[in-house]
Design a protein around this ligand. Structure first.
Ligand SMILES: CC(C)(COP(=O)(O)OP(=O)(O)OC[C@H]1O[C@@H](n2cnc3c(N)ncnc32)[C@H](O)[C@@H]1OP(=O)(O)O)[C@@H](O)C(=O)NCCC(=O)NCCS
Length: 157
């Protein structure tokens, strides 16, 4: 996927550092995945109004390498909510600040992460009833009229 997700929000922005490189000098794929997990966890926590754990990740394909100094952005949106779980579609984009055209935005990867809401004992718990409104809120851009309308109707997709 090379187009930015509609109705996604910027969840995390960081810089790829030398400590995160593999033997080739490029950034580890595992580091990118951990950034996605962190980013999705932020949205999952907001939607679930509490603790969550990552229970599943679908296929991840890396389209291009990330290099030291690249600004790494993770965008995401909720694409499904169940009784206790929420699925968040995440996308990584980079700005290659230290090379080539620093105004470029390059898509690196995307994947669906599934989070389960848990209680203080690590057991699954139902998503809060007001979750439906939060889901709508989470998926729409700030300031959007649709956002307010959807949230007030408790609409989710
Ligand atoms: C997450 C956990 C609490 C779920 O407990 P459980 O009693 O096994 O729960 P269930 O099997 O009923 O699944 C709970 C929800 O997760 C979903 N789920 C479970 N496995 C899934 C999978 N492989 N893919 C997608 N969704 C999955 C279920 O569909 C269910 O969603 P719903 O309630 O919205 O319908 C438990 O499996 C756990 O603690 N796993 C470890 C999580 C963790 O430590 N993650 C970090 C890894 S280091």
């Amino acid at each position: 996927m090379s187009e930015q997700l509609t109705n996604s929000q910027l969840l995390l922005r960081t810089v790829a550092m030398p400590a995160d490189t593999n033997a080739n000098g490029d950034i580890f794929g595992g580091w990118i995945m951990s950034q996605m997990d962190l980013a999705g966890g932020i949205l999952a926590k907001k939607v679930s109004q509490g603790r969550t754990v990552t229970v599943a990740v679908d296929q991840i394909v890396f389209h291009r390498p990330v290099q030291v100094g690249d600004v790494v952005c993770c965008h995401g949106r909720v694409v499904r909510s169940g009784t206790t779980s929420v699925t968040i579609e995440l996308q990584i984009w980079v700005n290659p600040i230290l090379r080539d055209d620093e105004h470029q935005r390059l898509n690196v990867t995307s994947a669906n992460f599934v989070y389960v809401a848990i209680d203080d004992h690590g057991q699954k718990r139902p998503l809060p009833r007001e979750n439906q409104g939060l889901l709508a809120h989470a998926q729409l851009p700030a300031g959007s009229d649709e956002k307010q309308a959807s949230a007030s109707q408790g609409k989710a997709s």
